[in-house]
Design a protein around this ligand. Structure first.
Ligand code: PLP
Length: 455
């Protein structure tokens, strides 16, 4: 493909190295340049309209043109565009937001710590838990358990907790003290004929075996997304979190809920922890916290977590952790307004109601020859593509069918995301039934087009 000299596409290739992109292929294809947004839709620089069925990166609750967030940002920019929270400094938006998050928490929480990305928040979790173990005189208790196909980010600790090969390969990761247990994906990981409940029982038993093999007093915590997102939208099998939590409780191991995708309504309740009756000791939030109009993340911890950390910082003289932009007043002001909009417009109820409709409509594709599984809950779903339903296989190269279909779907005006051969759907929480109708009919047409080529 030849890019016009001096076009935005050519300048992008010349100067911009992209996240999560094949850097060499990008030199050939160039970028897709998104120019503006309107509700659940975005427009590229040729004026073509797309349904943003991924809400960006699972992240925009209120859509792409919410004036109230622009106004909240402008007002805060004018009043105090920046301040920090080192050395006991504070400001109104940080305090208001921390208080609001503690009030919203589904289980008693004590303190909020702010960071700028989900990855940073999860790195902070690991560091604070190490700090806590040392504070408690348990220097041997340094391990965390996460799950294969779990996604927790890309910084050194968070990428280590992520259980996906491309986040480790050639990066010399994972680091020590991070263990990965089985992914709870019934379609792929259950044994022949195993019920969801039996699968969950087996996974809890495997978790317990891992804990016993490692030594229960070496394990600090387990981290998990209530519903796995980037690993393929994996809704846990019935009874999974109950059984896992019983094991953790038995060995006095903390639970960290990574609510970066599930938080603020995505699963049809305010937090994924509510949907699955999880009782986390730490909750990690980002993305829909500000609708990602601003980079902001936060972790909430209970007294059990906070108290030893406070003691250790007192012993040392300071908690030697925190970033320049933490608790940013503009981000906090946007988050407060965003949460207010979610509450006032009933967007969590909309995610439950339109979400149930989306799940039902996507499931009408189950008998399409290319569809192996449709899964999801609330406004998050995946359609897993196969060439052979019996063996659940696609092309020899994993991801080839997913990439091809996602590219065709993009041409047809719907932005999804291929996670290997599963297409993800996670539209803004303002979507309507009619947006979903358009999305599903475009997907059906796209699947027919791809089937005509590959079957
Ligand atoms: N945790 C989960 C569950 C995520 O989905 C993501 C990002 O997709 C992260 C953490 C990392 O967040 P960020 O990309 O902001 O670093």
């Amino acid at each position: 493909m030849t890019l016009h000299p001096n076009s935005i596409e050519a300048r992008d290739v010349a100067y911009h190295m992209h996240s999560y992109t094949n850097a060499r292929a990008h030199q050939e294809t160039g970028p897709l340049v998104i120019d503006r947004g309107e509700g659940a839709y975005v427009f590229d620089n040729t004026g073509k309209k797309y349904l943003e069925a991924m809400a960006g990166l699972w992240s925009t609750a209120v859509g792409f043109s919410e004036q109230r967030l622009v106004d909240a940002a402008t007002a805060q920019m004018q009043k105090l565009p920046y301040y920090h929270n080192f050395a006991s400094r504070s400001h109104g938006p940080a305090v208001d937001l921390a208080e609001k998050l503690i009030q919203l928490a589904p289980v008693p929480m004590s303190k909020v710590f702010f960071t700028n990305s989900g990855s940073e928040a999860n790195d902070t979790v690991l560091k604070l838990l190490w700090y806590r173990s040392n504070a408690m005189g348990q220097p041997q208790r340094k391990k965390i358990i996460s799950r294969l196909r779990g996604y927790h980010g890309v910084t050194i600790a968070s990428a280590s907790m992520t259980g996906l090969p491309n986040n480790h390969r050639s990066f010399d990761l994972p680091i020590a003290n991070v263990l990965h247990t089985t992914c709870p994906h019934h379609y792929r990981d259950a044994h022949e004929g195993e019920s969801e409940e039996d699968f969950a029982t087996r996974l809890a038993a495997e978790l317990e075996e891992m804990i016993l093999a490692e030594g229960p007093d070496t394990i600090m915590a387990m981290i998990g997304e209530p519903v796995m997102g980037a690993g393929g939208v994996v809704v846990p099998p019935a009874t999974y979190w109950d059984k896992v939590q019983a094991v953790l409780k038995k060995y006095d191991i903390l639970l960290v809920a990574d609510e970066v995708i599930c938080g603020f309504g995505r699963t049809g309740k305010l937090f994924g922890s509510m949907t699955f009756a999880m009782k986390p000791d730490i909750m990690v939030m980002s993305k829909q916290l500000t609708s990602t109009y601003f980079p902001l993340s936060a972790l909430m911890m209970n007294e059990r977590v906070f108290e030893p950390i406070a003691d250790e910082s007192n012993k040392i003289g300071v908690l030697g952790h925190g970033v320049t932009g933490a608790a940013h007043p503009v981000g906090a002001a946007i988050a407060l307004e965003n949460i207010k909009i979610i509450e006032e417009r009933g967007l969590v109820a909309n995610a439950a109601e339109v979400g149930a409709y989306m799940q039902e409509q996507l499931r009408t594709l189950s008998d399409h020859p290319l569809v192996g599984e449709v899964r999801g809950i609330g406004l998050i779903a995946a359609v897993e593509l196969v060439l052979d339903k019996e063996s659940k296989t696609a092309f020899e190269k994993p991801g080839q069918l997913g990439a091809k279909t996602a590219a065709r779907l993009l041409e047809n005006g719907v932005i999804s995301r291929a996670m290997l051969d599963a297409l993800a759907f996670c539209p803004p929480m303002i979507v309507t039934r009619s947006d979903i109708d358009g999305m599903v009919s475009t997907l059906r047409r796209t699947l027919d087009e791809v089937a005509a080529e590959v079957l």
